[in-house]
Design a protein around this ligand. Structure first.
Ligand SMILES: Nc1ncnc2c1ncn2[C@@H]1O[C@H](COP(=O)(O)OP(=O)(O)OP(=O)(O)O)[C@@H](O)[C@H]1O
Length: 307
C-alpha cells in the first residue's frame, strides 16, 4: 500500500485514511490496531476491493487493486467476525460451494471446498446445516470460505469475536498455521491476545495515519518496562517492601487472605535483583509472578500519553 487516502463526503468530509502505506510479506502476520474510528475497516474494505481509495495505490501479488480488482480478488481472502454472511439453512459444504461459485471458481470446486473444511476441522460436519453450528464452528466456516481460493493475502476482521476460549484458540491456531505456510495475513482485533499470539508485526493506525509500524517485540518495548512482577504473601503487607521497591512505583493490594505488591521493572540488573532478594529474605513471600508486557500494556500507555 502506498499513500492511501480515503475521504467520505459530508459536511465536513471525513478523512478516514490520510496517507497510509505499509507492506505485508508472504508468511507475515500483521496486527492492524487502532481505536474506534482509526480507519481499520476502511483500509480492509479498500484491500478487499469493496471500496476505492480517493488517492494512493495498493497491490496484492503485484496486481493493482484499483486497476484490476477482478484478478486481484482471486488472491484475496476476507474473513469477518461474527455471524454475518452465512446461509443458516444450507449445509456447510453448500455455503462454501455457493461462495466459491460467486467468486467465479468452478473447476474442482467441491474438492477444494472439502479440503478447506478439512483445514478448519469441519470435514465431519460438511453436510450439517449451518443453523446447527455453534458460533465457533460458524467462524471456522467463515475461515474455510476465506481459504477457498488459497489466497496469498488473508484479511481477518475481529476473527475471534464472541468465541469461547477453546474456540478462539482453534481459530488462532488455524490462522497461525496459514501464516506459517506462507499466507500474508492482516488481522484486526480489539482482543490483545489475538495480536500477542499471532502478529509478527504491528501497524497502529491513529486518525487515518500509521503512527507505529514495528516488529511485535519492538512494539512491546513501547510499554516502557521489561517486566511486571507480583509478590504475594500472608498477613499484612510489609511496609519496608514498598520502600525497597519505591522507584518501581509499587502498588499494594491487601485483602483478608494476605498482600500483593505489583511493580514494574524498567530493566533487569543486579540492583533490582538485590532488592527483590532482600524483600524475599525479610518476609514470607509465597508467590512471585513475572510477566513481560503484552500489546495491551503498550496500548494502555499510548492511550494515557494521548489523554
Ligand atoms: N461510509 C462512510 N461514510 C462516512 N464516514 C465513514 C464511512 N465509513 C467510515 N466512516 C468514518 O471514517 C472513519 C474511520 O472509520 P472505520 O470504520 O474505518 O474505523 P475503524 O478503525 O474500523 O473503527 P472501529 O474499531 O470502531 O471499527 C470514522 O470517522 C468513520 O465515522
Amino acid at each position: 500500500m502506498e499513500k492511501l487516502h480515503r475521504t467520505f463526503p459530508g459536511t465536513p468530509p471525513v478523512e478516514a485514511l490520510r496517507g497510509v502505506g505499509f507492506t505485508v510479506r508472504a508468511g507475515e502476520a500483521v496486527g492492524l490496531l487502532g481505536g474506534n474510528g482509526a480507519g481499520k475497516t476502511t483500509l480492509l474494505k479498500i484491500l478487499s476491493t469493496l471500496l476505492l481509495p480517493s488517492a494512493g495505490t495498493a497491490h496484492v501479488c503485484g496486481i493493482d487493486l484499483a486497476g484490476d480488482g477482478r484478478r486481484a480478488r482471486r488472491h484475496l481472502g476476507v474473513v469477518f467476525g461474527g455471524d454475518r454472511g452465512l446461509y443458516p439453512r444450507l449445509s456447510a459444504l453448500d455455503n462454501i460451494m455457493f461462495f466459491g461459485g460467486l467468486s467465479g471458481r468452478h473447476r474442482h470446486l467441491r474438492a477444494h471446498a472439502l479440503a478447506a473444511l478439512e483445514e478448519v476441522g469441519l470435514a465431519d460436519r460438511a453436510k450439517s446445516r449451518v443453523e446447527t453450528f455453534s458460533k465457533g464452528m460458524r467462524q471456522r466456516l467463515h475461515l474455510a470460505v476465506g481459504l477457498l481460493d488459497r489466497p496469498c493475502l488473508l484479511m481477518l476482521d475481529e476473527p475471534t469475536i464472541g468465541l469461547d476460549l477453546m474456540e478462539a484458540e482453534r481459530v488462532r491456531e488455524t490462522i497461525a498455521r496459514l501464516a506459517r505456510d506462507g499466507t500474508a495475513v492482516v488481522l484486526t482485533s480489539h482482543y490483545p491476545t489475538d495480536i500477542d499470539r499471532l502478529a509478527g508485526r504491528v501497524v497502529l493506525l491513529d486518525s487515518g495515519t500509521v503512527s507505529h509500524d514495528l516488529p511485535i517485540a519492538e512494539f512491546r518495548r513501547q510499554a516502557g518496562f521489561t517486566a511486571e512482577v507480583r509478590l504475594s504473601g500472608p498477613g499484612v503487607a510489609p511496609r519496608d517492601a514498598a520502600v525497597l521497591l519505591s522507584d518501581a512505583s509499587p502498588r499494594i493490594h491487601q485483602d483478608e487472605k494476605g498482600w500483593r505488591i505489583t511493580f514494574q521493572v524498567a530493566a533487569w540488573d543486579a540492583a533490582v535483583l538485590d532488592r527483590l532478594t532482600e524483600v524475599v529474605r525479610r518476609h514470607p513471600v509465597t508467590d512471585i509472578d513475572v510477566d513481560s508486557p503484552g500489546v495491551e500494556a503498550v496500548l494502555r500507555r499510548l492511550a494515557l500519553n494521548h489523554a
